[in-house]
Design a protein around this ligand. Sequence first.
Ligand code: CP3
Length: 344
Amino acid sequence: MTSQKTILRALAGETLPTPPIWMMRQAGRYLPEYKATRAQAGDFLSLCYNSELAAEVTLQPIRRYGFDAAIMFADILLLPQALGADLWFVTGEGPRLSTITDQSGLDKLKPVDEIDAVLSPVYETLRILRRELPSDTTLIGFAGAPWTVATYMIAGQGTPDQAPAHALKASDPAVFDALMATLTTGTIAYLSRQIEAGAEVVKIFDSWAGSLQGDDFAKYAVEPARQIAAALKAKYPHVPVIAFPRGAGEKYAGLHAAIGADCIALDDGVTPEWAAAHVQPGGCVQGNLASRHMVTGGDDLVRETRRVVDAFAHGPHIFNLGHGITPDAHPDNVQLMIDTVRGG
Ligand code: CP3
């Protein structure tokens, strides 16, 4: 069955004349309409749990730019919150969580089958979006990968090198492995409910996969993603899975098969020419224009956008940035990128 939606066609392995486009963090602070709705909601978490407003900010970049996919507005840290962690955001700094450093911290977590009590507004956001999105726009759900989510739960905040998580992995492997197992099971449950609420594609964000060295990459980035993809495929074989092990570098090669993912999302630490030769033969790739071009614009943006499009033109490709768009990006540069991808 061939779907008409361009993103689903690319994910099924089709090479399209023009790659479909969406952008990580496309609903965000670079858009004045996002800032206005966020002010109306109060703080960031109130926006995530207000289904009407979360759907509204998801729709804003679709209305403004006509992206081919909408990613539901939420955050990867809602799952730990649903498991019982305290979570808050410090303006200008980022997330803060209660920390898990030993068995007693693990024991305080709620059973995975209780997450829906907190996460049901996210499912409602998806149901609203399925009604309100244009018929050719694909709806993407997401979760954080266990390793990335664990780094925040262990440290209680973002850390440049994920040192606290690496330290717990070394000092108390039983607690670390139990946390990873809980997060893997929780992510399967959470993404299953997202699919049942209308997500047509799911993406697993492993933002800190790049700090896993040696065997750790296979053990803590590839294996949990493989388990999540396999469990979802068993229940929902038609739903494509995008994996984003950011910072994988040359370990990106062969990941479609190792994870069982339909698409591997690439950060801009690899060149599009290298990835076209070494990753795209495995299946659809997504990426990988450096986000800074959305700040700087101009001829560099046009040249580098064309470079990404041309490099990936001979296989299935979804155009995206290598990471999220930043708050200092200019909305006009996003339009220039889209015009360059679609217009040549
Ligand atoms: O992409 C989208 O438009 C969908 C929504 C989305 C958000 N976060 C909204 C958000 C998605 C997919 C995420 C994923 C996410 N959240 C990741 C993985 C992707 C990545 O960026 O590496 C991570 C690590 C988080 C955790 C998180 N959330 C951090 C570290 C921060 C603070 C940093 C920052 O950009 O402020 C957030 C906050 C956050 N999540 C914002 C948005 C729009 C900004 C909050 C605001 O409006 O003040």
